[in-house]
Design a protein around this ligand. Structure first.
Ligand SMILES: *Cc1c(COP(=O)(O)O)cnc(C)c1O
Length: 360
């Protein structure tokens, strides 16, 4: 069977070129006689792979020298705990914006270690929008301000950078990292699980300003201390070596396509195809406020939910997979990360129109 179009929210589609290169190098990486999976993480081959991946990520995102790039494990979910354990630094608590399911999980975890001040919440309208900066009630004594620039489940994205009056800004960028340029210097810490827009599950990337690390809560496990990983250049223990290798190939792929500014253009075009159509028809609808419509995760509903199953069945028959929406939102969700080609979005759009013609 030919490759299908995979609209999964994560683990998600990877660039075909990356998979093909990984296949070609699987058994014998660049003539060294073994697979990357079999290499010592302290040998010169793998050290080279990791250093190249880091330097390409630094170049893509414009990460300054006073920020550490960490290749960790444990997913974004472990960061929900690692962030307060490392960044509370003697303060009573932290500020959190609540825009959906992932924000809620981050808040719940922080509460185990300190007080949480919810600066604003969009729960009143089922997390279908993001409160504007004027609505945030910041605490000037907060250790940091945490937010989720793209809520993967609700499809709610924030396109502006919050202003925090000097309090370090922390972002869970799991589903928006690398989708557009952003100014890293506005952040104290950025984290992301790899399986949406970076590479395979199992790798978690943390980008953290150097002066924020080194002071953990008493009892913090060694493996949860950013400083330990930073000092050991992510080689304190065995890092997720194959995930780092694939991420490195993805970074090269992004650079070859013109970097993040070029990705943003493509992502605007891809998302625009879907949102323009959702606005033009009464048969489908977008539940998300216009100014917060995610470019990466596009939820949409059918005016007749009784047709959901049939829609999904027909989609599958056309090679359009993983479109079922999250149970908290219902309907459909098309995740269209960097690696989803515009042809995949066009194929989905064609099917949506055809389905409307048949049932509208
Ligand atoms: C997927 C996701 C997570 C959870 O990631 P894991 O790597 O599975 O722990 C957290 N936050 C956001 C925004 C996500 O999209």
């Amino acid at each position: 069977m030919e490759r299908i179009y995979n609209f999964s929210a994560g683990p998600a589609v990877l660039p075909r070129e990356v998979l093909e290169q990984a296949r070609d190098e699987l058994v014998n990486w660049q003539g060294c006689g073994m697979s990357v999976m079999e290499m010592s993480h302290r040998g010169k081959e793998f050290m080279g792979i990791a250093a190249q991946a880091e330097s390409d990520l630094r170049e893509l995102m414009g990460i300054p020298a006073n920020y550490k790039v960490l290749f960790l494990q444990g997913g974004a979910s472990s960061q929900f705990a690692m962030v307060p354990m490392n960044l509370l630094r003697g303060k009573k608590g932290a500020d959190y914006l609540n825009t959906g399911e992932w924000s809620k999980k981050a808040i719940k975890e922080c509460k185990k270690y300190g007080a949480v001040n919810v600066v604003a919440s969009s729960e009143d309208r089922n997390f279908s929008y993001a409160p504007t900066q004027e609505q945030w009630q910041l605490d000037k004594d907060a250790a940091y301000v945490h937010y989720t620039p793209n809520e993967t489940i609700g499809g709610v994205e924030i396109f502006w950078t919050p202003q925090t009056g000097g309090v370090p800004l922390v972002a869970d960028m799991s589903s928006t990292i690398l989708s557009r340029p952003m100014d890293v210097t506005e952040y104290g810490l950025i984290y992301a699980g790899a399986q949406k827009n970076i590479g395979p599950a199992g790798l978690t990337i943390v980008i953290v300003r150097e002066d924020l690390i080194g002071e953990t809560l008493p009892g913090t496990p060694t493996m949860f201390d950013y400083k330990i990983h930073a000092d050991a250049e992510s080689m304190y223990n065995t890092p997720p070596t194959y995930g780092i290798y694939i991420a490195g190939l993805v970074f090269k792929w992004l650079k070859a396509r013109g970097g993040l500014a070029a990705m943003e253009q493509t992502n605007v075009a891809k998302a625009g195809l879907l949102y323009d159509y959702l606005d033009a028809t009464d048969f489908y609808a977008s539940p998300v406020a216009r100014e917060n419509r995610s470019r990466m995760n596009v939820p949409f509903t059918l005016s007749a939910p009784a047709l959901d199953e049939e829609f999904l069945k027909g989609a599958k028959a056309r090679g359009l997979l993983q479109l079922k929406g999250h149970r908290s939102v219902g309907g459909m969700r098309a995740s269209i990360y960097n690696a989803m080609p515009i042809e995949g979005v066009q194929a989905l759009l064609g099917y949506m129109k055809e389905f409307e013609k048949r049932h509208g």
